[in-house]
Each structure stands twice: as C-alpha cells, then as structure tokens.
Ligand binder design. Structure first.
Ligand SMILES: C=C(O[C@H]1C=CC=C(C(=O)O)[C@@H]1O)C(=O)O
Length: 367
C-alpha cells in the first residue's frame, strides 16, 4: 500500500471513530489543498456575534437564518489532527452513541412548483427583485455509516471546492462541497465572490457557455449588493474580476471575484461578514423582503444550508465559505439541500431542473 493510501486510511478510520463516538468535530480541506484538517471539542460553544471569536482559533458553523432559527456554533478544538500527520488519538474508552434523528421535510415537485409560483407573483408585481427558493431531496439507504467515505470522495472529486464535514450532537452531521467563498482574510486583504447563474455543462467546453439575460441579471444583483457593501465600509481599493464562467462539477456558474487590499481589524471584518450574510446568492434582494418570503413559502427549515462555515485563526485570518451543495446526514438517510435564484423571468420547469442538476453534484459521489 502506498504511503498516501496509508494516510487516507488512517484519516478515514479517525473520522469514522469520531462519528461513531458522536464527538463534536470538524474536518475540512481548503480549495486546491491536499490536506484535511480535523478538530475535536467535547462541547462546542454557541456564539451570537462573530466578535465573540476575536483571538480564537477554531471552526465556525453558522445557519442561514441567524435571527430565528438554529444557533451558531464555534468548535474550539481540544485536539487537532491532520491527514498530513500521524498523531494518535485514543478512542478506546469512549462508548458508541446514537442520536435521535430529526424530521426533514422533503418537497415534492408539486410543492416546489406551487412555491415558485407564489414567489413569482411577488417578483412580477415588483415587490422584490430576486429570491432563492430551496428544497430538500431525501436519499434513503445511505446514512451516518457512509458519511466518511462520501466526504473523502467529495474531496477527491471536487479538489477546487471547500469540502467539509461537521458533526455536533443534537445539531447534526453536515457534509458539503461548496463552490462559493463567503469571506476570506489574511489580515491584509479581504476576498469575496458574487456567484450565481447556473447551467448544466453537459459535453460543452466551459469557455463556450453562453449566458441568458435572466442569468446575467441574477448574478449582477449579487455583484451590485457586494459593491454597495464595500462602499458602505469605505472599501474602495479593490480588484474586481469577471463575471466569468466557472465549473462546479456538472454545472457552471457566473462568478465575479473581489479582492480588497485593505487591512481591516477583526471588529471590522466581523461586522462586514455579518452585513454580507446572507447574500443575494442564497437569500435575495431586497434582503429583508426575500427573507420574509422564504420564511413564508418554504416548508422546510434550511438549518445550516446556505449558512457559512470555515476556520478562523487567532491572528484574525479566516476562510469562510457558503454552505452549498451540502447535506444533512441522518442515521439511515441523507437530506440534500438545493436551491436556485428566482427572478420575474424564471421558468418554473427550468428552475426545477436546475435544482436537479445541483443535487446531481452530490448524488454522483454518494451512489
Ligand atoms: C443556492 C444555491 O446556489 C447558489 C450559488 C450559485 C448559483 C446559484 C443559482 O444559479 O441560483 C445560487 O445562487 C445552491 O446550490 O443551492
């Protein structure tokens, strides 16, 4: 067996034990990075403001609807492990644990079409410009015992995604392969992206993809929102690139990147992140109206889908991503969360198909 296979195997064993013993842990690999970082904490703390995490080192996990739904968690690891190191952790004294599964509401196609038509009525009467409708697709027969191998396969299949697995007892086990950076900072710069618009790639070359008016507009709403926010924070010195086409598995998106050469304090970064979330890539525009419409129309709770997650460092550096192409892993099933941006020009059937293509990015790896 090669050295790499040996390492992969020990990472697999390690993660499987964490899941069986129901430890609170995170595991992630950054886009383009081979390494998997893992951290364990007996009881992670909740936080309400990113500022509370100032000077801390760990992993944060925030829901979509910060105001009315689940809590935000911070895992401050008592033990850290990396797929590049051979450290040892003794699981032998810990008993196996089983958690009660919570119910997740799965939308039928009829539900989805009814919901999109309800949203379209508000969009067409110009109550709002854009809203994201999401749904849950439940896959039976695969569950917690399969989580680690799916996580490792996602990492191999999507090396440019932020691939993560987070388990917090009573909160849930989540896995994802996100194509969307939320906010990255190394203390000297901040980076974010406007990602929206989706097509199935099929057998086309990425650069040959052409975009329709509806897709160009839905992405432009995200760019406009980010640019207004940068301006509100007096961040004028930034490089903008795009929009250009990027591939995320079997789909492509339109993306604009923003990089500001501004050294912000942690206080400013946390305030900026809080104002940025949720962007019109996952919520809509105007934000409050879109949030109200989502709360009214969607029958499931989004929980941590479309929230944000990632590591933060004691020096204020952070690498946060939007929790997309993600699923909640239950004992014997998996709940995949997928959504798409709806505007007055949306065609309900096409939007339904888009959510199917997005689900395929995960299903392809699970099956
Ligand atoms: C909300 C999702 O994707 C977002 C990111 C890229 C493209 C999107 C779109 O075309 O609608 C969404 O804004 C999802 O994957 O569930």
């Amino acid at each position: 067996m090669s050295q790499l296979e040996d390492k992969e195997k020990s990472t697999q064993y390690f993660l499987e034990q964490c899941i069986k013993k129901r430890l609170s842990f995170y595991a992630y690999s950054l886009p383009g990075d081979q390494e998997i970082k893992i951290g364990i904490q007996t009881s992670p703390s909740k936080f309400t403001n990113l500022l509370d995490l100032k000077g801390k080192e760990g992993f944060l996990f925030a829901p979509f609807d910060i105001d009315t739904e689940q809590a935000s968690y911070f895992i401050d690891p008592e033990f850290e492990f990396s797929s590049n190191s051979t450290e040892f952790f003794d699981f032998s004294g810990l008993p196996d644990q089983i958690d009660e599964d919570s119910e997740v509401y799965e939308s039928s196609k009829e539900d989805y079409l009814e919901q999109i038509n309800e949203m379209l009525a508000d969009l067409k009467s110009k109550k709002l410009d854009k809203v994201i409708l999401s749904r849950v697709h439940v896959l039976n027969g695969k569950g917690r015992k399969d989580a680690t191998s799916i996580f490792l396969r996602l990492k191999e299949t999507y090396p440019n995604a932020f691939v993560s697995m987070v388990d917090i007892p009573g909160v849930g086990l989540w896995i994802g392969a996100s194509p969307e950076k939320f906010l990255n900072s190394d203390g000297k710069t901040i980076e974010t992206v406007a990602l929206a618009g989706t097509q199935q790639l099929g057998d086309r070359a990425v650069q040959s993809v052409e975009w329709e008016k509806k897709e160009i507009e839905e992405q432009a709403y995200v760019s406009k929102y980010i640019e207004e926010l940068l301006s509100n924070y007096q961040i004028d010195d930034y490089q903008k690139q795009g929009p250009f086409t990027v591939q995320a598995g079997n789909v492509v998106h339109l993306k604009t990147t923003y990089k500001a050469n501004t050294a912000l304090s942690f206080d400013q970064i946390s305030s900026f992140a809080q104002a940025l979330h949720p962007t019109p890539a996952v919520c809509g525009l105007p934000k409050n109206k879109a949030m109200d419409l989502i709360r009214k129309v969607e029958k499931h709770k989004r929980e941590y889908y479309a929230g944000f997650l990632g590591p933060i460092h004691a020096d204020g550096g952070l690498a946060l991503f939007v929790n997309l192409r993600s699923m909640k892993v239950l004992q014997e099933s998996m709940a995949l969360f997928v959504g798409g941006g709806i505007t007055a020009d949306s065609d309900p059937e096409k939007e339904w198909m888009e959510t199917c293509f997005k689900a395929q990015t995960l299903l392809k790896v699970i099956k």
